[in-house]
Design a protein around this ligand. Structure first.
Ligand code: GLA
Length: 681
């Protein structure tokens, strides 16, 4: 018998160990990949952030009274894509609605797609349903998508859990979750040139006798000199700032020529002043405190926002309003002493809270910068945040706003449901539970806005009236008749893809009602640092933000920035200063774009512009790049020879004859290509 020497022994033991590790060991440890081990940050969801081994609110995962150690806590509508590359055999999970939303009425449906094919669905689930078992075979599947829909009743309180969720694999130990939507910001808007270029609205409405304030804006090197040819009597322009002020006593339309000069050259542009009943002849553009500061707003923050609008250069692109939202009034029960105090003085005049000691001074400050200033109230006894509303004091409040010098009022339904139901004015518990209850009768829904609309119109200054009741009773059909210049068509927006997408897809029905002086308001912009008092970078990806701004421009929507303007990054600033995009929004014809063609998840929105050209948004709501040769121009009402201009890049990209040519298009996932079709001469 041959004796094994030391060296051979070591080699044999080594091989055996390696064999056990590769065959047995790998099998034991590598065949299960838990969902919670993946990067869940790639998921998109309707609210909050995706959580590993926790509910969306950060609590232990719990379905129908049972606690689960492992899983993915999310919120509908949610989607998570995982690259499997044919290396998964199956996926198993339990799904259900998390118990943390007790008392609410969530509904959601869990769906698994493999390479776009529906492989499994839970059916609609409700709170308290025991977890349902998901078990799907995945052999050969390249990509799996875990989706949770809103169950058909909106996504309120849809806190949803995938628990004990795992893949059996062919041997791999990891999978990559990924978002097909690009995450790196990229800049499209070219920097403004040194020569002057006049920006902003091309038409301005004012009522006879009202103080006139319009800032002529331009990009280009400073110093700049502004002038106007044939400015009507009663108005004057400050040549250094471009601010036109004064008063017009007679109704009528005046066509004037604006001029801006600097060392590099000169720009001229026709401008129409319409003195009559109508104001806000183009959609209001500005900023509102809510999406960024919420209940933390103060006069100091408002002043700083106004300063930032100037310093950032936004003012040179037509951005105008600085609007204070809720929480300038005193609160009915806050522990924050700065919000506690008398709601009204002995004569019934509204008393601002201690953060806003000098409302007139604040308005003067904002006006002094060439900007305008707005305020917020509710037709009910309380605002949505629980501060004093205008109920019973509408006339006095309208007088106060005008006396202080405000130019804009957002009037927010909230506790008016409480008035309709005849409950005691000061019962906060009841107020909040009824706060979103609408009036069943049209006249009930219209009444409080008509009351305030009339008082605003009686003021000796022009006050833009923003009706806010979340789109109840088809407000677009009557908002103008109660004096509204704009009306919300939706519940509150959040900085999620789901929110922006759902709002966008819901706008077509109200589109025919938009016209100069009357706008559908799909809510404020969610770009930059937003957060309702809890600041964070907008969760919208860069392409989603391009799509958001493009759509709101196509919609002739009011453009109200909702971020901290002291913290702009280059991307956000670039997004908000593209004059050709803004020009689409401010087009004097005010024809709100509608979707004229759908190709899969690509929706094509068309807006007719005053000069006869058309703005066309190729909007990709899907997760795949839309790579197409487009030729259905007649469906868009575009026939003949056109110059096609890429609006974001501010570049002509081709000449087409719609009867002959095709247009090559590559629209990123959740992104947009925004073109203008200009008739070729
Ligand atoms: C409602 C409105 C918001 C904001 C808040 C303030 O939710 O829709 O835009 O004004 O109230 O409390």
């Amino acid at each position: 018998m041959k004796v094994i020497n030391n060296f051979s022994f070591t080699v044999i033991v080594g091989f055996v160990t390696l064999f056990i590790f590769c065959v047995g060991g790998d099998r034991l440890s590598a065949q299960t990949v838990w969902l919670d081990q993946l990067d869940l940050g790639a998921a998109t969801q309707g609210f909050g952030t995706p959580r590993s081994n926790k509910s969306v609110d950060g609590k232990p995962l719990s379905i129908a009274g049972k606690i689960f150690e492992r899983g993915f806590g999310s919120h509908s509508e949610s989607s998570l894509t995982i690259l499997l590359e044919g290396k998964a055999l199956s996926f198993m999970a339990q799904v259900g609605i998390d118990d943390e939303v007790k008392g609410q009425k969530p509904a959601a449906e869990f769906v698994v797609y493999g390479d776009k094919k529906k492989l499994w669905s839970s059916g609609v689930m409700h709170l308290g349903d025991t977890a349902r078992t998901c078990s799907v075979q995945l052999a050969g599947v390249q990509k799996v998508e875990l989706v949770v829909t809103d169950g058909g009743n909106g996504n309120y309180y849809d806190h949803v859990d995938w628990v004990d969720a795992k893949f059996e694999t062919t041997g791999v130990t990891k999978f990559k979750s990924y978002s097909p939507v690009a995450t790196e910001p990229y800049i499209l808007t070219p920097a403004p040139k040194a020569e002057p270029k006049i920006t902003g609205a091309k038409v301005f409405g004012v009522r006879p006798g009202s103080p006139f304030q319009f800032l002529v804006t331009a990009t280009g090197d400073r110093p700049m000199n502004f002038s106007v040819n044939s400015l009507p009597k009663g108005l004057k322009i400050n040549p250094q700032t471009g601010l036109i002020t004064g008063k017009l006593s007679k109704s009528g339309a005046y066509i004037v020529t604006l001029q801006a000069n600097n060392a590099k050259g000169k720009a001229v542009r026709k401008f129409r002043i319409e003195c009559g009943d109508k104001i806000a002849l183009t959609p209001p553009m500005g900023w509102n405190s809510w999406n960024c500061f919420a209940s933390e707003v103060s006069a100091d923050k408002v002043k700083r926002a106004a300063d930032a609008m100037v310093k950032s250069g936004l003012i040179n692109h037509g951005w105008t309003y600085i609007n204070i939202d809720d929480f300038w009034e005193n609160h009915r029960g806050s522990k924050d002493q700065s919000l506690r105090g008398k709601f009204r003085d002995e004569s019934g005049n509204i008393v601002p809270n201690s953060r806003f000691v000098d409302m007139k001074g604040l308005a003067d400050y904002v006006h002094g910068l060439g900007l305008k200033v707005g305020l917020y109230s509710s037709p009910g006894p309380w605002t949505c945040g629980g501060c004093a509303g205008s109920y019973g004091y509408e006339e006095q409040d309208a007088d106060s706003y005008a006396k202080w010098g405000f130019d804009y009022l957002k009037y927010d339904w909230c506790s008016y449901g409480h008035v309709i139901n005849g409950l005691p004015d000061n019962d906060p518990a009841k107020v909040s539970s009824l706060s979103y209850k609408g009036g069943s009768e049209l006249s009930t829904a219209m009444k409080p806005f008509k009351v305030m609309g009339d008082y605003l119109r009686q003021q000796p200054r022009d006050i833009v009236f923003s009706v806010c009741q979340y789109g109840m009773s088809d407000v677009w059909k009557w908002g103008g008749s109660v004096g509204g210049n704009l009306w919300r068509t939706t519940n509150d927006i959040t900085d999620t893809w789901v929110s922006v997408k759902n709002i966008a897809l819901d706008q077509d029905k109200s589109a025919p009602y938009a016209k100069p002086g009357n706008y559908n308001d799909p809510d404020m912009l969610v770009v930059g640092i937003v957060g309702w008092g809890n600041p964070h970078k907008s969760r919208l990806k860069p392409d989603e933000q391009y799509l958001h701004i493009s759509l709101w421009s196509l919609f002739s929507a009011p453009l109200l920035i909702g971020c901290d303007m002291e913290k702009f990054d280059d991307f956000t600033l670039n997004l908000l200063t593209n004059d050709e995009v803004i020009e689409i929004n401010q087009d004097p014809l005010v024809k709100q774009a509608v979707c004229l063609q759908t190709m899969g998840e690509l929706r094509i929105y068309v807006k007719e512009l005053e000069d006869g050209s058309r703005a066309v948004g190729f909007c990709n709501f899907g997760l795949d790049i839309a790579d197409i040769s487009y030729k259905d121009f007649p469906k868009l009402g575009i026939n003949g020879k056109f110059i096609v201009r890429d609006v974001w890049r501010q570049k002509d990209i081709s000449n087409i004859d719609t009867g002959r040519d095709e247009l090559k298009l590559k629209v990123p996932a959740h992104g947009v290509v925004l073109y203008k079709f200009i008739a070729a001469k």
